[in-house]
Each structure stands twice: as structure tokens, then as C-alpha cells.
Design a binder for this molecule. Structure first.
Ligand code: FMN
Length: 304
């Protein structure tokens, strides 16, 4: 049986719906020796800012029940070094490269996008308006529909590439954000970024994370992420990339049923860097067993 795993997100065509999430695989090079990146639907880079960022001081990561908290604080090499040092490696890969951008001001989002726009290796932009671990930018934008609308509109004006906005779950109605993004010319949304959380050391009575709070990810957040994807797909006609606690192919099927066209893998990469490839194999077998010739047919197949 011939199975078509390809999916489309607006103008973006991917060989399969499995992408690696921003911040969990560096710029692809950090994971390359442990898996075959060319088998994946795509890779999303670590969030890039205009200038290099050191991020937050340690401790930046802590394990939690069924997940982890991180407060990396968007440590990254900056756009110029990305182009010089990271693109040559990414260029050689037979997979779709999506560039994630973070910023402290709307002007910085626009400037970063303009600088990266001429790079043919980059097939789409994912705009991070939802990092919970930085003082400026991050949730200040991600919590405000007007700010998200303005970012979408102004970045749209400087790029012809597919534009994906990455949403925060730390809001009351995530679908309101997706609505604004669609209105302002965004091609897709990715949902979700991490949930704000914290954790204490009971002996020192201090937060385990230096930043005090961090972003919760991993299996613990999967039901939240699924509900957010479902809310968006019920209310807004826009492609959704589902993210949050995906560990195996069955989780991917759930996200597609809820309305996701594609998915991203984050925390699982730290446990099994080959998870993406194994998940693609699992999806293929699922299609065979259920006589599904086109995997994309699963998207939003749940009828209310
Ligand atoms: C260590 C770590 C660093 C992250 N860095 C970023 C980042 O730079 N930009 C971003 O948009 N999301 C970042 N994320 C969020 C992930 O891309 C993803 O949205 C989130 O972890 C939920 O997916 P998961 O449960 O599969 O990990 C980071 C997550 C982790 C665990």
C-alpha cells in the first residue's frame, strides 16, 4: 500500500508532519550525529534574536513529574552568526528549515526577518511571541492580541515566506490570537509554547530555577496542548502546528484528530534524539493498519 505522509501548511509543503521544535535541537547540528535529519518533515531553529544573547544564569533546567521546567532565556548566537556559521550546515540537509525569531520590540522582529529573508535555505519563519522566560518581549507580546496582530502585520510586510506565529498557552482564549493572526496575513499558528511553572528545593527553601519561574514542557502538558489545538481548530480556519508533550506516534495521531496539520517534538528529543524518525515509522504503520492512504486526511477528523 502506497502511503502519502506529506502535508501542506499554506504554501509550505513538508514530506511528513514531524518537525523538531525550537530550542530543543540547537541549529540541527547538535542532534545530527544521533538521528537522520533528512527523514524529518523539518527542523525549527533555536529562537534567533538580532544580537547574540547569553540567556539566563544557571540553574536553567529542572526535571518535574512527567516533564521539565526550563528558563534558558533565549540564549542564541544572533542572526549574523547564524547566517555565517549555522546556515552552511543546514543548507546541506534534505529537510525543511524553519527559522524561529524572538525579539524585545516589534522593530527587532521586523529587522531580524528582513536580514534572514534573502536566505534560500530558510523556507518559513516561526515568530516566537510566547517565551515565558525573558523580561522583555515574550509574554508581554504573547498576552496581548493587539501586539500579536501588529507583529504579524509588520513581519508579513517584509517577508514572502510562509509566516507561522507561535502561541502561548498562558492566555484565556488562544483562538482569539489565531483569529487576529489570520486577519493580519499569518499563514499558520503553532501551539503551544511552554506553560509558566516553578519548583522549590525544600531543604534550601529556594526556587530550583534561578529565574524563579520557567516554562513547563513534556508529557505533563499534552492534554493542555491538545485542548488549545482543538479550541483553535473549532474557531478559526488556519493551519495549526501542534506542540506539547508529544512522545510517540500515537500522540501525533491525537494532535491531528484535534486539528493539527503538523506537529513539533520538543522535550522528547532529550530522552530519545531519534524519536522523530521512529514516530514517522509508527505513523506509516498506523496508516497501513487503518487503510489510510493519505495521512493528512486525519487532520480535524473529530466531529463535534
Ligand atoms: C530547553 C527548551 C528550550 C526551548 N527554547 C525555545 C525557544 O528558543 N523558542 C521557542 O519558540 N520555544 C522554545 N521552547 C519550547 C518548545 O519549542 C516547545 O514549544 C515546548 O517545549 C513544548 O513542547 P514539548 O512538550 O514537546 O517540549 C523550548 C523548550 C525547551 C524544553
Amino acid at each position: 500500500m502506497k502511503i502519502d505522509l506529506s502535508i501542506t501548511i499554506g504554501k509550505l509543503k513538508l514530506k511528513n508532519p514531524v518537525l523538531l521544535a525550537s530550542g530543543t535541537v540547537g541549529y540541527g547540528n547538535e542532534i545530527a550525529q544521533y538521528t537522520d535529519l533528512s527523514k524529518l518533515g523539518g527542523i525549527v531553529t533555536k529562537s534567533l534574536s538580532l544580537k547574540p544573547r547569553k540567556g539566563n544564569p544557571p540553574q536553567r533546567i529542572v526535571e518535574t513529574p512527567s516533564g521539565m521546567l526550563n528558563a534558558i532565556g533565549l540564549a542564541n548566537v544572533g542572526v549574523e552568526a547564524f547566517i555565517k556559521e549555522k546556515i552552511p550546515f543546514l543548507k546541506e540537509l534534505d529537510t525543511t528549515i524553519i527559522c524561529n525569531i524572538a525579539a524585545s520590540t516589534i522593530e527587532e522582529y521586523v529587522e531580524c526577518t528582513k536580514i534572514l529573508e534573502p536566505e534560500d535555505t530558510i523556507k518559513a519563519f516561526e515568530i516566537n511571541v510566547s517565551c515565558p522566560n525573558v523580561k522583555e518581549g515574550g509574554l508581554e507580546f504573547g498576552n496581548d492580541t493587539k501586539a500579536v496582530g501588529r507583529i504579524t502585520e509588520q513581519v508579513r510586510a517584509v517577508t514572502k515566506k510562509p509566516l507561522i506565529i507561535k502561541l502561548s498557552p498562558n492566555v484565556s482564549r488562544i483562538s482569539d490570537f489565531a483569529k487576529v493572526i489570520k486577519q493580519e496575513g499569518g499563514d499558520a499558528v503553532s501551539a503551544i509554547n511552554t506553560l509558566v511553572g516553578t519548583s522549590f528545593n525544600i531543604m534550601t527553601r529556594r526556587p530550583k530555577i534561578k529565574n524563579i519561574t520557567g516554562g513547563l514542557s513534556g508529557p505533563a502538558i499534552k492534554p493542555v496542548a491538545l485542548a488549545k489545538v482543538l479550541e483553535i481548530s473549532r474557531n478559526v480556519d488556519i493551519p495549526i502546528i501542534g506542540i506539547g508533550g508529544i512522545m510517540n506516534w500515537m500522540d501525533v495521531v491525537e494532535f491531528m484528530i484535534a486539528g493539527a496539520s503538523a506537529i513539533q517534538l520538543g522535550t522528547v528529543n532529550f530522552i530519545n534524539p531519534n524519536a522523530g524518525v521512529e514516530i514517522i515509522e509508527g505513523l506509516k504503520s498506523y496508516c497501513e493498519k487503518t487503510s489510510l492512504t493519505k495521512l493528512s486526511g486525519l487532520t480535524a477528523s473529530y466531529q463535534i
